[in-house]
Design a protein. Structure first.
Length: 336
């Protein structure tokens, strides 16, 4: 599979009255055609800002650094003019958000909202063809009474139905990449599973890549080929889904996995919260940003940012524990 998206040294900063918030710091990763990649981390770690940077949606006071490269199908979207960027958005790459009720226009019928996307990107199609496509797309997202749905307002639909409508709007132009930012967070667990299953079915039918952004590692296991773990604006671990779930390396990834509720245990073991909070990103720590919360922190961690090291061709992490000298020190101190 070819690379569809290549992010190289992408940094995004927000200039505020309290200082410069370094939301995304030198992030590099890629997404292949047809692949599902999940970006995981706590709220405020830079996930949504990363997604917005791909869509060219960083607005002032936010700024993408000059060194950043966001190459989509061979084109650096950071260099596109506003007009070309508008064409790219929705046609090549679409995004769905957490809260469909906020994202949909409450005063406009569903049909008009879906067809509007075709008006923008495929104006050559006739009115009848656009309507037919809208009905087909709603049916593909699992809405049985699609024709009736066209005439309804968002508030007349359930949360799950609204999210399906959002998916229909995002996919009606057959984009190469669908970005789903916490797509099921506001839904109950059964509907979450249905929506994610439907997204995977549509992915197979349409051959697109999916970039899922979530704080919940639980939903990732069923959908992702590759998982990227982000903390304080940086990628701390990246690997195939099975590598992240069965051989996690970074203490933050392990803590995230422990924070997923388990069914076969009771008491404290069932749900382990991660103590502490993300550092102040107007003044990020000099060394590893997880240092204050990490049970394995060493002196070197507070002083120097760990380099990225590979555990396999597909699995890499940034943690001083991967340095062979850390193993020796721990053995000397009787911790190994
Ligand atoms: Fe913990 Fe140090 Fe690894 Fe950071 S570099 S995660 S502080 S062991």
């Amino acid at each position: 599979m070819n690379d569809l998206l290549k992010m190289r040294h992408v940094s995004v900063a927000y200039h505020t009255y309290n200082g410069v918030v370094q939301s995304v710091r030198e992030v590099s990763f890629s997404i292949k055609e047809g692949q599902t990649v999940a970006l995981v981390g706590e709220s405020g770690c830079g996930k949504s800002v990363t997604a917005k940077s791909i869509m060219g949606l960083i607005k002032k006071p936010g700024q993408v650094s000059k060194e950043s490269e966001i190459i989509f199908a061979g084109t650096d979207i950071t260099k596109l003019s506003p007009a070309k960027l508008r064409k790219f958005r929705g046609k090549e790459c679409s995004m769905i958000f957490q809260d469909a009720l906020v994202s949909l226009n409450p005063t406009m019928k569903i049909g008009k909202q879906i067809i509007e996307s075709l008006d923008n990107h495929m104006p050559e199609l006739s009115k009848d063809v656009k309507r037919k496509r809208a009905i087909e797309m709603l049916q593909m997202t699992g809405i049985a009474d699609a024709e009736q749905c066209l005439g309804k307002y968002p508030h007349e639909l359930s949360g799950g139905m609204r999210q399906r409508v959002m998916i229909a709007i995002a996919l009606i132009t057959h984009p190469k990449l669908l970005i789903a930012d916490e797509p099921t967070t506001s839904l109950d667990v059964t509907i979450q599973a249905q929506i994610l299953k439907q997204m995977k079915i549509l992915q197979k039918q349409m051959g697109m890549a999916i970039f899922v952004i979530t704080h919940d590692l639980g939903i990732v296991a069923d959908v992702a080929d590759k998982v990227i773990v982000m903390y304080a604006g940086k990628i701390v671990e990246e690997g195939e889904c099975r590598e992240i779930f069965y051989q996690p390396i970074h203490p933050y990834t392990k803590a995230l996995l422990n924070s997923v509720p388990k069914l076969n245990v009771t008491g404290k073991q069932m749900l382990q919260a991660i103590d502490g909070s993300i550092p102040d990103m107007t003044n990020p720590p000099k060394g590893c940003a997880f240092c204050d919360r990490c049970p394995y922190a060493m002196k070197v961690c507070a002083k120097y940012i760990p380099e990225e090291r590979s555990a396999s061709d597909t699995h890499k992490a940034s943690c001083w524990l991967m340095d062979e000298r850390a193993g020796r020190r721990r053995a000397e101190n009787g911790k190994a």
